[in-house]
Design a protein around this ligand. Sequence first.
Ligand code: NAG
Ligand code: NAG
Ligand code: NAG
Ligand code: NAG
Ligand code: ZN
Length: 475
Amino acid sequence: MLWTASLCLLWASSILCVPVNKQRQRLLLISFDGFRWDYDHDVETPNLDQMAKDGVKALYVTPPYLTVTSPTHFTLLTGRYIENHGVIHNMWFNTTTKEKKPYYQTQFVNEWWDNGTLPIWITAQRQGLKAGSLHFPGTASSYQGEVAMMRDVEPRLYNYKNETAWRENTDKVMGWFRDQDLDFVSLYFGEPDGTGHKYGPDSPQRREMVKQVDRTVGYIRSSAKEHGLAEHLNIIITADHGMSTVYRNGVVEEITLSKIPGFSFKDVSFYLVDYGPSGMLLPKPDKLEKVYNALKGAHPHLHVYKKEEMPDRLHFAKSDRILPIILWADPGYLINGYFPVQFNKGEHGFDNQEMDMKPFFRAVGPAFHKNLEVGPFETVNIYPLMCHILGIQPEVNDGHLNATKHMLVTSDSTKGTDTNILQNVFTGLIAVAGFLVLVFIVMISHKIVKNRKEDKRSDSSKHLPDNNSVKQTSF
Ligand SMILES: *[C@@H]1O[C@H](CO)[C@@H](O)[C@H](O)[C@H]1NC(C)=O
Ligand SMILES: *[C@@H]1O[C@H](CO)[C@@H](O)[C@H](O)[C@H]1NC(C)=O
Ligand SMILES: *[C@@H]1O[C@H](CO)[C@@H](O)[C@H](O)[C@H]1NC(C)=O
Ligand SMILES: *[C@@H]1O[C@H](CO)[C@@H](O)[C@H](O)[C@H]1NC(C)=O
Ligand SMILES: [Zn+2]
């Protein structure tokens, strides 16, 4: 009898560990760099329109500040504001040696990316899923020694505009899902950012590039079907930031720090300027007040903040990597050091409240409602949404599922994991209860047999079984 009871316990514990009927959800996160929220307003985009009919479209989304590529992409992958994940700039730098590394070289600096926050690939893999990434910023780095299971890092001097290569990359990723059985992949396209910088967001070249993006969206969805993935694959398409037109001398008075009275680069031991509309300065010892006072109010479109007085809403102060003085310019303006060195017609890096900095957001797949347009939300909330769809426990993050969960269908397919957990717990409880009942029966029958024997031996022990049975059933 006791052997039967142990077997029953084993059976009960195995039920608790086996997931029941899990409806598998896969997810592809796509970023089209610099795709501003309203880029589909002046171009025909039949494929994006079809995707909106088949899924969810947000009016726009709000990226974190600083609105530049690597920091905002790492927010998509982690759900953390930039001050919290530590990838505070596209460029790695060392204020002691004064070294800087440009965007591409910084992709390979593990210590820059791996600053205490894990991207979703690593978290998914640690929880038994399989993840991949193609060209997405952060892919080249390792995190606590781990990398995405399948990954593809673009070569140096990559042609980010090549539509044929976009299609090859799409098919490669769909092949990963089908042949390597991946659950999550992040996929990056370097346009329309490049074209927006070079020709400006209002140019015909930008509109042509948006058509190329639209064709690619159509290609992505048909490639998913051809790879037999349409049923289980969710696709989120968004971007890291928008784009704004730059004004030049003649139209406006440009911001050039060296020309500001009372300001001198001699008072600064390290600086990051000539990088669009944002800048950071490390003044020499005892020069902080001097530098700050010279710059504050020096130009009507230049904002100057000490790190500790940065507005909370920007979430760009807490990291040790952020330098003591932070500068940013209003839309249309750049921050030049000694003289203008950049001649882009479009820029980003502005305040994330500016409408020109807002990216687009689309989602389609079994987890999402159809033909639903939703209001804006911050991109920190995309991470908890992705973790929910994949059925994984998120890391500590700055987003909330309640900002995005209204996009999700509430049918069994997406509630799959929650229902399964409840189901498992319920089955487990029944099994344990069954086991206890069995133990009770074993003990009682054992006692009855024993009592019958005792009854035969002595009439004076009649009251004893009651005491014993109370003791035995209470353990
Ligand atoms: C910067 O370089 C100095 C000198 O090589 C080194 O001691 C320091 O650790 C470096 N700091 C960072 C953040 O890499
Ligand atoms: C993050 O980087 C800073 C230096 O830039 C370093 O002092 C700090 O220890 C790092 N934190 C983690 C958790 O890696
Ligand atoms: C575009 O990509 C295709 C496929 O990788 C390649 O064969 C072709 O040479 C590329 N064209 C340009 C102009 O880079
Ligand atoms: C979401 O939940 C958080 C924390 O519970 C709360 O602070 C926030 O106001 C909620 N947001 C919405 C849109 O309901
Ligand atoms: Zn970008």
